[in-house]
Design a binder for this molecule. Sequence first.
Ligand code: PEP
Length: 253
Amino acid sequence: MRKRIVAGNWKMNKTYEEALSLVSEIDNMVKDEVNGDVTVIVAPPFPYLQSVGKLTQGNDRMHLAAQNVSEHDSGAYTGEVSAAMLKSVGVQYVIIGHSERRMYHHEDAQALYKKLKAAIAQGITPIFCCGEPLEERDADRHFDYVGKQLHDSLSYLSNEEFDRVVVAYEPIWAIGTGRTASSQQAQEMHAYIREQLSRLFDAEAAFNCSILYGGSCNPGNAKELFAQPDVDGGLIGGASLKSRDFTDIIKSF
Ligand code: PEP
């Protein structure tokens, strides 16, 4: 069955102390207030992973994600972190292909494919991000653009490998801008993504794949977005840095 997921991408924010406070608050609120089977994921910066993971260990709903992973297994790659290293500190999910990494770190489709393989080989679930820039949407090419992103990085995976993948649709024009995709825009793109996935993989795997929406999601718009049949949760940036907002988003299911 499709998992319902709310994941918080903290990006390059928070000191160590602030990160521990934030995750403790989220952990307590999730314990006290969240019912039902929602998978909650937090993605802190690398240096905090182990400590954040330890704080959430006793809470079955809470899971740990990294924001990036190396495509390489080990060796002379200064500054990189491998999937095996992430696994060894308890990481269960990893964000791959975020538009900020595609843009600022020039991660291309092939590199993303290798990162997907590296994560899956270690039993870490990739959250694969896709989404179009504003000019593609304005030119009415957004479906083709996202379809190509899916094809170019995911199509080389086997059905078994794909079974582990979560997809996040994040229109670039909605990330950190306060401008959210309407629930109708999100639903039609999520349905399109699922259809593309059913062409690349078997229909059951596509049906079972969780597809998250990301882009200025907040407590005020999450309910309507999550009510869409093909929206299985959210990847949350700014609002995941405030425990109250993040928990209210989780409670929007
Ligand atoms: C993101 O960058 O993944 C994101 C969704 O950011 P925000 O919620 O701040 O738009």
